[in-house]
Ligand binder design. Structure first.
Ligand code: HEM
Length: 331
């Protein structure tokens, strides 16, 4: 494992031990302006853990990713990890502050068996050996940190991340089924899901560009194939392709689209919805032209997604992890 000198960690809060354990007491709730006071979830950093401890876990995940680059037609584990973190967090409902990544509830029914969560256990199994090495980290922290490493290790933007999710092991916090969208949905459907989580149209379009990574599997979702040829490389290829020409795929599987140029790549109906709706489409066009703009918007929205529903005490400052590459190449 690559060791990280504390000076190598790019964070203005180089020691989070100062952050005391915060209980979900009424005082804590009042201190963080808990709104209607529903389903309060306050981040609690395990005693004595520092930014360096989290960077070490990041490095273990990144190292394991680098050891399995051939996985799934050469996609590696980037996409799996990014999807798992999104599904762990995307159950959030702004109306009652329920769901989200805080409790690490995706291993409990009904959430575990929600059809949309099929396949996400691959990423969680991938992370098991790292959890065994670091039993102090909560599931929610590990899964969301996996998403951060998934983006950053394949050339994506820096995703600011804060620790302190707390496991619930009673199983009573599992999200109801149906909180993660299906690929069949149209623009209204997509907008409804993302506004339930508290995202606007711009953020919605920015998030779905993660479909540059990985692929669909018939044995998981019924859909088939990658969105493009950058499935292990974080680029704005998803938008560049989406603005191109597509037709319905002629097969006996679920309704999906394939590109006119090569017939090699796919789009879900819910991806095409971003093209069909003019307010979504203006962002698709912007991101197709400007990768830096997309990186910035994606980084903000993904970080927000991973933290949905969680109150972070003042002294729990966002961590920006160094990639493995940054730690090995002299600056
Ligand atoms: C309307 C919203 C969305 C729908 C309907 C949707 C649907 C899907 C489906 C059907 C798959 C294929 C699963 C499989 O067959 O293995 C998939 C994969 C994936 N999704 Fe989404 N998704 C949505 C939004 C997002 C968001 C917001 C992210 C991340 C920010 C994301 C990241 C991914 C990634 C990286 C994969 C590839 C996983 C792999 O390679 O196994 N998706 N999505």
């Amino acid at each position: 494992m690559t060791s990280v000198a504390s000076s190598a960690v790019n964070n203005n809060n180089s020691n989070v031990t100062d952050a005391k354990r915060h209980k979900s007491s009424s005082t804590a709730n009042a201190a963080f302006g808990a709104g209607a006071g529903l389903n309060i979830k306050t981040a609690e950093i395990p005693e004595g853990k520092t930014v360096e401890d989290y960077q070490r876990v990041y490095n273990e995940i990144a190292t394991k990713i680098s050891e399995h680059l051939d996985y799934d037609h050469g996609d590696g584990y980037f996409g799996q990890l990014v999807r798992n973190a999104w599904h762990a967090s995307g159950t959030y409902a702004v109306a009652d502050n329920s769901g989200g990544s805080y409790y690490g509830s995706m291993i409990f029914e009904p959430e575990e068996f929600d059809f949309q969560n099929k396949g996400t256990s691959i990423a969680r199994s991938f992370l098991t050996s790292i959890h065994v090495q670091n039993p102090w980290i909560s599931r929610g922290d590990l899964w969301t940190l996996g998403g951060v490493a998934g983006v950053q290790e394949c050339n994506g933007p820096k995703i600011k991340w804060r620790p302190g999710r707390v496991d619930d092991n009673t199983g009573t916090k599992a999200a109801p089924s149906g909180r993660i969208p299906d690929g069949e949905g149209d623009a209204r459907y997509v907008r409804d899901f993302f506004s339930r989580m508290g995202f606007n149209d711009r953020e919605t379009v920015a998030l779905i560009g993660a479909h540059v990574l990985g692929r669909c599997h018939t044995h998981v979702s019924g859909y088939d194939g990658p969105w493009g040829d950058d499935s292990n490389n974080f680029t704005n290829d998803f938008y560049e392709r989406l603005v191109g020409k597509w037709h319905l795929k002629n097969w006996d599987g679920r309704k999906q689209y394939e590109d006119d140029d090569t017939n090699l790549y796919m789009m879900l109906p819910s991806d095409m919805a971003l093209k069909e709706d003019s307010n979504f489409y203006k962002y698709v066009q912007e991101y197709a032209k400007d990768v830096d703009l997309w990186f910035k918007d994606f980084a903000d929205a993904y970080s927000k997604l991973l933290e949905k529903g969680i109150e972070f005490p003042e002294d729990n400052k966002p961590i920006e992890f160094k990639t493995l590459h940054e730690q090995t190449v002299p600056s």
